[in-house]
Design a binder for this molecule. Structure first.
Ligand code: C2E
Ligand code: SIN
Ligand code: SIN
Ligand code: FE
Length: 388
């Protein structure tokens, strides 16, 4: 490759990296691209964390993958933290912000402050030789992490030292990657804090007690599993997972005397109770955000029934938005299998009997099919988030 080709390649890698929004996949891609660019047999990535430590998060190794028939990038994944200390190689690079280009990790001059930790090699009988280790910096020149490339391979398959010209190019690739990683971290932080806020509000809206946190975890997971088994895309599944928790947010508008009533509701009380769908839609109405819009759709439609006998609008069949049909089944499955202030929990057998009996009247048969297609995963959630 000449200079111009290398720069073009670098720009293309930058674009590929910037387009990956999910942190986990982004990190894998960074190591993959950096290895391809430098013909490195193996590579690792460390991320800086709070408390002056770095976490080992990605490990790729072509030789070990071939030798042990490992299939994916994650097979020899192993996550641990170590201090940002000048005594280990990645720590040294994180602390100093400098590039290290070592001919042989086993022959580090004793005047250098750091040592190579051979324990990984000893466990795997891999021989790490040449090494190019570069810091990943963000737009503020703060260290985000470290990329460690191991054993540049020549055309005969021999490990040779990393070419000098790779140093600057890999550093500039690592800086682009650092900016992308910081963005993905902020995005995930924002997303997980919004999700937590949604869960907290939804819990407040329901029985106003502790048990409900589990109900929300379960019913939103069930909804996501059903959506996945109906062939929804990963993004759509995630959207359901994040919006289903808000389905009963309108219970905020229902008085305690009805919501917490230990026994059966009178007709008037149930009439009040039904309004939680309309209150929910009002709370969520008019947002410009897609997630809140979907939450509104779910809030208004999750008590509609396939045969048109549900509320509040008496919609039937495919008039009911698909997300509402999915959440309807997930919600009832969980309501039946849990204890409520007005009912005991039913055994699984009876719950499934009711679900089957009410399919075609209450539930969309396509949704019920997807529920049973994903039943193994449904049961994992059922067992994992059991009430104590
Ligand atoms: P929820 O407790 O979360 O129940 C959600 C849905 O699960 C119910 O919607 C219903 O479709 C289904 N479900 C719950 N328990 C049973 C059951 O024993 N048998 C059958 N076949 N289905 C059941 P629904 O009926 O529209 O009720 C909406 C909400 O109204 C309920 O949410 C609950 O908060 C409240 N509610 C309903 N009935 C009573 C009651 O008798 N007493 C009290 N205190 N609240 C009730
Ligand atoms: C209930 O038991 O209150 C719910 C009745 C139903 O929707 O089947
Ligand atoms: C029940 O409420 O226990 C059974 C009702 C039904 O079969 O729908
Ligand atoms: Fe509801």
């Amino acid at each position: 490759m000449d200079e111009k080709q290398k720069l073009d390649e670098l720009i293309n890698i930058g674009i590929a990296i910037a387009s990956e929004k999910k942190l986990g996949k982004l990190l894998d891609k960074i190591v993959e691209e950096a290895r391809r660019f430098t013909a490195a047999d193996a590579g690792s990535l460390y991320l800086k964390e709070e408390g002056e430590v770095i976490r080992f998060v990605v490990s790729q190794n072509d030789t070990l993958r071939k030798r042990y028939g490992m299939s994916g990038e994650k097979d020899n994944f192993l996550s641990f933290t170590m201090p940002i200390s000048r005594e280990n190689i990645a720590g040294y690079v994180a602390a100093s912000g400098t590039i290290l280009n070592l001919e042989d990790a086993y022959e580090i001059p004793s005047t250098y402050p750091f040592r190579f930790n051979k324990s990984f090699d000893e466990k795997t009988t891999y021989r790490s030789k040449s090494m190019l280790v570069v810091p990943m910096l963000d737009a503020d020149r703060e260290t985000v992490g470290v990329i460690q490339l191991i054993n540049s391979i020549d055309e005969n398959g021999e490990a040779i030292p990393f070419k000098k010209e790779y140093e600057k190019l890999t550093f500039s690739l690592a800086s682009q990657a650092g900016v992308a990683v910081r963005m993905a971290q902020l995005r995930e932080e924002l997303q997980s804090s919004s999700l937590e806020m949604i869960e907290r509000l939804s819990v407040a809206a329901e029985f106003r007690d502790e048990d409900t946190a589990m109900h929300i975890k379960r019913m939103s997971s069930y909804s996501a599993i059903i959506a996945k088994n109906m062939g929804f895309s990963e993004d759509q599944v995630e959207k359901i997972l994040f919006t289903a928790p808000m389905h009963d947010i309108g219970k905020l508008g229902v008085p305690d005397s009805i919501l917490l009533k230990p026994g059966k509701l009178t007709d008037d009380e149930f009439g009040e109770m039904k309004k939680h769908t309309i209150y929910g839609a009002k709370i969520l109405d008019g947002s410009k955000h897609n997630f809140i819009k979907m939450a509104e759709v779910i809030a208004i439609s999750h008590h509609e029934k396939w045969n048109g006998m549900g509320y509040p609008n008496g919609l039937s069949g495919e008039e009911i938005p698909i997300e509402g049909r999915i959440v309807a089944l997930a919600d009832v499955f969980d309501a039946l299998s849990s204890k409520r202030c007005y009912k005991p929990s039913f055994p699984l057998e009876k719950v499934l009997e009711i679900i089957k009996k009410d399919t075609g009247t209450h539930f969309d048969p396509g949704v019920t099919d997807a529920f049973f297609k994903g039943f193994e995963e449904i049961m994992q959630v059922y067992d994992k988030y059991k009430e104590v």
